[in-house]
Design a protein around this ligand. Structure first.
Ligand SMILES: *Cc1c(COP(=O)(O)O)cnc(C)c1O
Length: 441
């Protein structure tokens, strides 16, 4: 780290603390939540970012009259481009990230009665696709330092019924692929990467989503590459891509063209539209530069926040050579803030002009899972004993704790200037200096 920078940060935090000690009433820098002036009045950069290229892409599709992949070329072109940028052999575009996961589970043979290993710290779609297959979700606890699935605990969760391991590259950070691939390989179980938040992230210099049997991406509106809704799967195996193509096209493959509406497999319509692919091709022009900006700002923010007691920015495994920073995640320790509750800390931050979120609730203890497992289909498939054992095993204490400590900033907040990062750190230091007053308020 730049030593001039760390010196400045040290002086800044030391002077804030000193000032607070000398004048507890501290009128000038009173927290905004208690009526003081905000640290930041400007909004953070907006999302999505779009302009003339996106407009042209939409109009071109509109006027061509070729609105779906069967008649146009955009979806095909996007697949080629996304495969090129990620270094994958094959790519299939899908209507969204949930569909990408759903298709992958289907073509890799996850069926009712099977088990799928997944993390409890993820978006609900990772779980929903497992439940839609009438498979059993087996949650493996989180490594709180990185916010990723604790790969060291995965092998102990494997049983003869495990049919897929589905880790998530959460927040654009990379999970420990070496350990996960070793466990998957040893037991001959396919690894499905949920890379829905990890566009352009890398493990040992190679893009995430290209390491497992399938790598799934989302282009939903909040994601770093976005077309409102959309998704893609990366494959290294052309046969698997062919199967997935057929599945996403109502069972009609590229090779088998049935006459008179006859088919040779079952599937669904999960295709991406030409309009969306047009937008994605235009957005592809922007993502490299945006990714570089996020990384620069995130690294700077980490250097600033690491100086603040009670703030622990997410760590990366040594193998993670590039973090996509879909989220900037940290752990907040109330003890270092005079016992200030995380909820009040978030309110105080928002009042300073810094929006932040508490992130996910523990997915493994969502009430609806038990309802699904009590359903007729699940009881018939698994039997009461297996479901009871599932409930007894379903504990992720590290994740439960992480869910009480997490704080997230969204990716768009990293798209601005270095000064924005300084204001985030400044707001946190200000809240810390006045935490005692905020606790009493
Ligand atoms: C967004 C997301 C999905 C689902 O993608 P959609 O495009 O919204 O269907 C799945 N998993 C994770 C981790 C996600 O963040």
């Amino acid at each position: 780290m730049n030593s001039e920078l760390s010196r400045r940060v040290f002086l800044a935090s030391a002077s804030t603390a000193g000032f607070a000690l000398q004048s507890p009433a501290a009128g000038a820098d009173k927290p905004a939540l208690l009526g003081g002036a905000k640290v930041r009045t400007k909004p953070f950069p907006g999302w999505p970012v779009a302009g003339a290229p996106e407009e042209r892409a939409l109009m071109d599709v509109l006027h061509s009259g070729k609105w779906y992949r069967g008649s146009g070329q955009n979806v095909k072109q996007f697949e080629q481009e996304y495969a090129r940028v990620t270094g994958a052999r094959e790519c299939l575009a899908t209507c969204n990230g949930t569909a990408a996961l759903f298709i992958s589970l289907n073509v890799l043979g996850v069926e009712p009665g099977d088990e799928v290993i997944l993390p409890p710290y993820t978006f609900v779609a990772t779980l929903n696709v497992v439940l839609r297959q009438h498979a059993l979700p087996v949650f493996v606890d989180t490594d709180p330092e990185t916010f990723q699935i604790d790969a060291r605990k995965v092998e102990a969760a494997v049983t003869p019924n495990t049919r897929a391991i589905m880790p998530v590259h959460l927040g654009g950070n990379a999970c420990d692929l070496d350990t996960l691939l070793a466990a998957a390989g040893k037991h001959n179980i396919p690894l499905i990467e949920d890379a829905c938040q990890a566009h352009l992230a890398e493990w040992k210099g190679r893009k995430v989503g290209t390491w497992g049997s399938a790598g799934c991406f989302s282009f939903q509106a909040s994601k770093n590459l976005n077309s409102g809704e959309g998704g893609a799967i990366l494959f290294n195996d052309p046969d698997l891509r062919e199967k997935a193509y057929a599945f996403h096209n109502n069972g009609s493959g590229l090779k088998f063209i049935g006459a008179n509406f006859t088919y040779n497999s079952s599937g669904a319509n999960l295709r991406l539209a030409e309009f969306q692919a047009g937008i994605l091709l235009a957005q592809m022009e922007r993502i490299q530069q945006q990714a570089v900006r996020r990384t620069e700002n995130a690294k700077y923010l980490t250097s600033l926040l690491s100086e603040i007691q009670g703030i622990a920015p997410e760590k990366q495994y040594a193998g993670c050579t590039r973090n996509a920073y879909h989220l900037y995640m940290l752990r907040y320790s109330a003890e270092a803030f005079s016992g200030l509750k995380r909820e009040t800390f978030l309110k105080a931050l928002a009042a300073e002009g810094i929006p932040a979120s508490a992130g996910y609730s523990p997915l493994n203890s969502q009430g609806f899972i038990k309802e699904v497992l009590r359903s007729r289909g699940y009881r018939r498939t698994f039997g009461e004993q297996r479901l009871k054992e599932w409930e007894e095993r379903n504990h992720c204490p590290a994740n439960d704790r992480l869910c009480t400590e997490a704080v997230w900033f969204t990716q768009n907040m990293l798209l601005g200037e270095r000064g924005d990062m300084e204001q985030i750190a400044e707001a946190i230091r200000k809240i810390q200096a006045h935490a005692g007053e905020l606790v009493k308020s």
